[in-house]
Design a protein around this ligand. Structure first.
Ligand SMILES: NC(=O)c1ccc[n+]([C@@H]2O[C@H](COP(=O)([O-])OP(=O)(O)OC[C@H]3O[C@@H](n4cnc5c(N)ncnc54)[C@H](OP(=O)(O)O)[C@@H]3O)[C@@H](O)[C@H]2O)c1
Length: 327
């Protein structure tokens, strides 16, 4: 099969090789001896793969390896008792191996792909939407009627979080850096959009009548203190990532003074060994697809020969929605 490997840790321009490999066995590292084999039609590209080309991601497989954490495609084979079977359209979290014609995922991280979504949308479903639900609802305890402010709102996690928050009955304020990203955030259902280079903290406080209930933050960096200041009493700031480059520090007296919380949310670390939690989140996302709230926004599309360009687009802060490889 055709596949793309990371062969050295020198960044998107030079780290990749296009190779022919034997097709994988029906066995996944999380479920040795068992796995769903998927004929890949589309593979999602995300920030972690950019970091992996430099050896900067926390999960560091031995070289060479095939990156690609999630795919959509057709089931070739599935173990007995799996919720999917041969011929089904699925979205699958394979963690590695997705930038290839055939990939393998654990049964409990493979989900039926409803007809309402095409394969490219399916390749943007698990990482971003499961993360969004986990961060907003399970970690941030978001309730219907509350207001949530989403940083990096035109990105993969950001657009997913706007849609999931709307599906949970919340009001959404998006923070973005350009006109183009404002349009994407509005398409994803933002009720209000503010600019990251403007007085967004004051605008958010005014738009929410005194402070937001939840901040979802995949960006970090120097906007963190203003995120804390934008919270209402009892508000929760959910730490999701650090695309801004630096890891912020908290002066905890701010939390005491305003009765607020900073909540860490690492979806992968929490759910990987918990089949039941994955099924619970999968069922909630299926419900939100059914109700029309979840519709992954696909941004740039490439073929398997365009992996380097896809990674550079994300690296240059120019990506919107989900970047996808179509096979
Ligand atoms: N905690 C978890 O479980 C979990 C799960 C999945 C992903 N993540 C993390 O969440 C983060 C976002 O992932 P994503 O897929 O949404 O990424 P993305 O699509 O590239 O979006 C990231 C957004 O961050 C903003 N940003 C601000 N400063 C930036 C900079 N210097 N460089 C690049 N972007 C910058 C950009 O929005 P503006 O230009 O509008 O500011 C951009 O749209 C990543 O760090 C990822 O590793 C965490």
């Amino acid at each position: 099969m055709k596949a793309v490997q990371i062969t050295e840790l020198t960044g998107p321009d030079s780290a990749l090789a296009h190779v022919e490999l034997p097709e994988p066995e029906a066995s996944h590292m999380l479920t040795p001896g068992s796995g769903v084999v998927v004929e890949v039609r589309a593979a999602g590209v995300s920030f972690p793969e950019v970091l992996q080309t430099r050896g900067e991601y926390q999960f560091k497989p031995d070289l060479p390896f095939v990156p690609g954490s999630e795919v959509a495609g057709i089931v070739r084979s599935a173990p007995g008792g799996a919720g999917v079977s041969e011929g089904d359209r699925v979205a699958a979290m394979c963690m590695l191996g997705g930038f290839a014609e055939v990939a393998v995922a654990p049964e409990y991280l493979t989900f039926a792909l409803p007809e309402a979504l095409d394969f490219a949308q399916g390749a943007g479903l698990i990482l971003n939407y499961h993360t969004a639900y986990f961060c907003l609802r399970l970690r941030g305890r978001l309730e219907a009627g509350e207001t949530v402010l989403v940083h990096g709102a035109a990105g993969g996690v950001g657009t997913a979080s706007l849609q999931v928050a709307k599906g949970l009955g919340a009001r959404t304020i998006a923070v973005v850096s350009s006109d183009e990203k404002e349009a994407v955030a509005r398409e994803a259902g933002a009720d209000e959009v503010v600019r990251s280079d403007g007085p967004w903290k004051d605008e958010a406080r005014e738009l929410s009548g005194g402070g937001v209930d939840v901040v979802l933050d995949p960006v970090g960096g120097d906007r963190f203190t203003d995120s804390l200041r934008s919270l209402a009493e009892g508000g929760r700031l959910v730490v999701v990532g650090f695309t801004g480059g630096s890891i912020p520090e908290v002066r905890v007296n701010r939390l005491l003074l305003k009765n607020t919380e900073v909540v860490g949310a690492g979806w992968g670390a929490y759910v990987m060994a918990k089949p039941e939690v994955n099924r619970q989140i999968g069922a909630e996302i299926a419900r939100l697809i059914e109700s029309g709230h979840v519709r992954p926004l696909v941004g740039a599309r490439y073929g398997l020969d365009g992996v380097a360009d896809a990674l550079k687009l994300i690296d240059s802060r120019a990506a919107t929605g989900k970047v996808v490889l179509e096979l």
